[in-house]
Design a protein around this ligand. Sequence first.
Ligand code: 13P
Length: 340
Amino acid sequence: MNEKELGSTVQAMMAGDKGLLAMDESNPTCHKRFAALGIPQTEGARHAYRELIVTTPGLGEAISGAILYDETIRQKTKDGRLFVDVLNEAGIIPGIKVDEGAKPLAGFPGEKVTEGLDGLRGRLGAYYQLGARFAKWRAVITIDKGLPTNGCLEANAHALARYAAICQEIGIVPIVEPEVIMDGNHTIEHCAEVTESALVMLFGQLYTQRVDLHYTILKPNMVLSGKDCPQQASVKEVAEATVGCLLQAVPVAIPGIAFLSGGQPAELASARLNAMHVRFRSKMPWALTFSFSRAVQQPCLELWAGKDENVAAAQKALYKRAKLNSAARRGEYTPEMEKS
Ligand code: 13P
C-alpha cells in the first residue's frame, strides 16, 4: 500500500472548505433525471451535460474532487481535452464509481446487495491509469417493516470492506457509502437507529478486512425523518441526530465524512450541513463536508434543460450551489445567501 500517495489524496479531498461533487449517475439514473425535464435521453445529451459541469468556471474553488462514471472518465470536451485533464487543471481530483449497482439480495425480500467485486482489481488498475485517485461504492439500505435485516447490513458491509481493501492496494482512496434511504414514513429516531447499526457493522467489516481507516472516506446519509413521516425534524434536530450518530459510530481514525444528499431539497441540505458545523465544530474529530449529486446539480440541470443557449446560466447555478455548500462547511451559510 502506498501510504504517502493515499495520504496526500485524502488531504486534498478534504482540503479547506471544499467538498466533493458526485456526477457519477449511471445511464439509467441520468436518463431518469433527463426524462423528468424533457431532455433527450441520449449519449450526446449526457456528454454535453457532463462537459458543462467539468468546464464550469471557478468550480475548483469549492469542489476538491469529482466522482465520474465509467463513460465519463474516458470522454473529451468538444475541443479535444480529456475531462480528467480539465478537472486536474481546475484543481479537482478525478474519482470513479466502481460498484455495479444494488441487486436483489437472495433470500431477503425487499433488500438489496451491491455487486461488482468480480474483476474489481483489474478495473481499478485501469481506472488508476485513466487518472482516478479515489473511488466510490454505494450500498442501499431500506427502512421498512422488519427491515433492514442483519443479513442485509452484513452482506453490504462485507462488500464495502472488500472493495475498500482492493482500492488501497491499488493506491486509490475508497469512499464507502452505506446509504440509508429516505423513503418511508419512519421517524428520525428510527433512521438514527438504523444508520448507527449500519455504520457499526461497516466499521467491524472494515477492521476484519484490514482496511486502513486513515485512508478511507465515509459517505453517509444525514439522519432524517422518512420522506412520508408526518413529523418532519427541524434543521437543528437533524444536525443533532446526525452528529450524535456519527460520534457514536465513526472511529476517530477516519479523516473525513462527506454526506450524500439523498433527495433532500438543495437549500435544506446546505442548511443542515451548516447547522452541524455551527453547533458541533469543536466536538468533531473528522472533516465534515458534502459529496452531493442532486443537491448541487439539480438547479443547474433544470436551467440547462438540454439547450446550448442555457449553458452559461446553468454553470452559474452549479457554481453557486457548490459555493453555498462550501460556506455551509465553514458554518457561514444563511438562507439569505440563496437570493444573491
Ligand atoms: P445524491 O446526493 O443525489 O444522493 O447522490 C449522491 C451519491 O453519490 C449517491 O451515490
